[in-house]
Design a protein around this ligand. Structure first.
Ligand SMILES: Nc1ncnc2c1ncn2[C@@H]1O[C@H](COP(=O)(O)OP(=O)(O)OP(=O)(O)O)[C@@H](O)[C@H]1O
Length: 218
């Protein structure tokens, strides 16, 4: 088997409701391996987003173990517009994770960003554009580029195709696959759409009644 990028062991997740604790996920255990796409499905309210937030370390009320074997995963959303700072140009936004690392000087940051733009098939000129000047699909490419610039090998994708029209969805699927193959990126891919899941994913985690059942995609 490939290298693990993330592993959850017997994770229980709760939300507080006043003084009470409500359990949303129960005894969740699974691993994600380098370069694979794992589907995460289940009815609305079954806990898909909660599971992603917990894996990102955003929730405090949980027990069990969440192990990251590479850099922390990054999340991409249905509507990338909300997660991109509207007052900053794409270049500034994409340089942020590199500034935090402090190992690049300005010209190296720009080079790294331009290289990443080309990996997500956007031209260099996008460096000087604002998010509002981009289409939904282009913005989704920027949020993928932003995730990858942190150096992570795992992207948690929460319904990343739902806001896009069918042709753009197909382009996005091609890009996700290409990054999976060339860069060995793994995805936890949240979707209501079982057709997309069966086309993209090697395994599916199905959430129901707080628990997860895992299926191989044959
Ligand atoms: N901040 C919160 N406080 C309390 N309960 C919450 C909170 N966020 C979510 N929940 C509850 O936890 C359960 C799981 O919600 P979650 O958003 O993870 O489901 P989901 O599967 O992602 O749903 P959808 O497909 O509609 O996005 C739901 O019952 C929801 O009402």
């Amino acid at each position: 088997m490939e290298n693990k990028v993330m592993e959850l062991k017997h994770v229980n997740v709760y939300y507080r409701e006043g003084r009470k604790k409500k359990q949303v996920l129960e005894d969740i255990s699974f691993s994600v391996y380098e370069g694979e796409i794992v589907g995460l499905a289940g009815e609305s309210g079954s806990g898909k987003s909660t599971l992603c937030k917990c894996a990102l370390g955003l929730l405090k009320e949980y027990d069990g173990e969440i192990l990251h074997y590479t850099k922390r995963p990054q999340m991409i959303f249905q509507d990338p517009y909300k997660s991109l700072n509207p007052r900053k140009k794409v270049g500034w936004i994409l340089e942020e994770p590199l500034k935090l690392e402090r190992k690049y000087i300005k010209t190296q940051r720009r080079e790294a960003v331009e290289e990443m733009l080309s990996k997500v098939h956007l031209p260099e000129e996008f460096y000087d554009k604002y998010p509002r000047e981009l289409s939904g699909g282009q913005r989704q490419r920027i949020s993928i580029a932003l995730a990858l610039l942190t150096g992570t090998k795992l992207i948690l994708a929460d319904e990343p195709l739902s806001a896009l029209d069918v042709t753009v969805q197909a382009q996005m699927i091609r890009l996700l696959r290409e990054l999976q193959e060339k860069e060995r990126i793994a995805y936890l891919f949240v979707s209501h759409d079982l057709d997309v899941i069966s086309m993209l994913c090697s395994r599916v985690l199905f959430l129901k009644d707080r628990k997860v059942t895992e299926y191989e995609n044959l």
